[in-house]
Ligand binder design. Sequence first.
Ligand code: BTN
Length: 321
Amino acid sequence: MPNNILRLLQERDSYISGVQMSSVLGITRAAIWKKITVLRKKGFIIEALPSKGYRLVKFPDLSEDHIAVSACGLLWKRILYYPSVNSTNEVAMTLSLQNGAESGTVIIADKQEKGRGRIGRQWISPPGVNVYMSIILQPAVKPRDAAVLTMLASVATAKALEKETGQSILLKWPNDLIMSGRKVGGILTEVRADPDKIKAAIIGIGINVNMDKRSFPSEVRRIATSLKAETGIDYSRSSVIIRVLRQFEACYKDFEKNGKRPVLEDMKTRSATLGKRITLADNKEICSGIAEDIDDLGMLHLRMDSGDIRLFSTGDINGID
Ligand code: BTN
């Protein structure tokens, strides 16, 4: 439930009096003061002048209230924040299994003890610096088409990060977000499905926001980056999340109206892979060839040196020429 006091303060560029607030919200001035105190404890800086009233001066870096007020509405219903979890995808899956958590629930954590990456990998998830979020949706999509949700999340996140940083973000198949040639984020989608129906899709989004280059473990330092490492700017994690949620909502509406094609086209336009000679490892073998296409099931079409085309649903692209 978005915080009404915060909404009022956010809507105003300047001061709003306690009297005005209590008449708009229908609660006493004492109750307003209590709620302001709670917001301050959560890290909001709110100025109070006896003659003028209250003014919001600064948001905390990561706040479920700020995110809920700015992003909740048609698609996003509930923002749940946890200081520490094993994995936000795990929390989302548990909630969805236990109480069928509402579509549009978003789980956010400051840190993850066991952040999950693709293919059973670990996702580095220290506190205080990055975005770890999982979205629960119940889309009218067949299980075989679930890859479109990952593509949609990749495209939406890329667009959002571009708006936030002013720098271009490419996509490396299947779901890496690439900034200046290095990985700045990734998507991990997990679904709960009957044979013909998705019961819940959990879309996990990890973004390296303010992480220092030297804090990455040595084995990924060469290939990973963060928004701050590339731009020198400290970003508000709430603002990054709000942008991603708004952009996701816009892409999702477009998908509901126009189907997969626009998502797929966006995905291809942003591809760091298509048309290039690549080396791809899946769990069985390593293959080289030209990345020729991504189809509407999210499969990569690789033209081998023999001229044959092979289709991959997963894999790791290690070399791009
Ligand atoms: C990848 O390997 O590229 C996918 C990384 C996905 C990481 C995010 S962080 C939030 C969510 N919770 C997880 O445990 N993983 C995803």
